[in-house]
Write a protein that binds this ligand. Structure first.
Ligand code: AMP
Length: 148
């Protein structure tokens, strides 16, 4: 197995997340690698703002609150997988695009993801995992999730 040094872990807080994080943490220890934790907040402002004048910036506040909550959750997750000091990125956007963008920006040499998360079907690569696998600038590890 190549000697990975920059491991990006895509965290969606689905039930698979603990398994994905544990695997990434083990790999990081074995390779003496750096872990970068990434969570993408998928948020669309209420549809009516496309048609009506915006009278209240409430949706901006919602975005900020979501980002803040996500940051807190990611911090807890980092501590849980013994990566409390790992750099963390919480961004708004479309997960498959942001994961690839951050992987390039951070020069990741491995992306660790679940084969399916909150959007996926149990026996197929999900709507994030599949495009990440095909467009990543580096190796991608889809961690096997067993169904009990
Ligand atoms: P999916 O293909 O969307 O079912 O999810 C597959 C995997 O992609 C998940 O197990 C995560 O590792 C990653 N992923 C999905 N959505 C996100 C997200 N919003 N932020 C970070 N990673 C994600």
């Amino acid at each position: 197995m190549p000697d990975y040094k920059n491991i990006l872990v895509a965290v969606d807080f689905s039930p698979a997340t603990d398994v994905v994080g544990k695997k990434a943490s083990e790999l990081a220890q074995q390779n003496n690698a750096r872990i970068i934790l990434v969570h993408v907040v998928e948020y669309l402002p209420p549809i009516d703002i496309a048609y009506e004048p915006i009278t209240s910036p409430n949706w901006v506040i919602e975005e900020e609150e979501l980002l803040q909550r996500a940051k807190e959750s990611l911090e807890k997750f980092a501590i849980k997988i013994d990566a409390g000091n790992a750099p963390r990125e919480v961004v708004l956007g479309i997960p498959k695009h942001e994961i690839i963008r951050i992987a390039k920006e951070q020069e990741a040499d491995l992306i660790v993801i679940g084969p399916h998360g909150r959007h996926g079907f149990s026996r197929l690569l999900g709507s994030t995992a599949d495009p990440v696998l095909h467009n990543a600038p580096c190796d991608v590890l889809a961690v096997r999730i067993t169904e009990d």
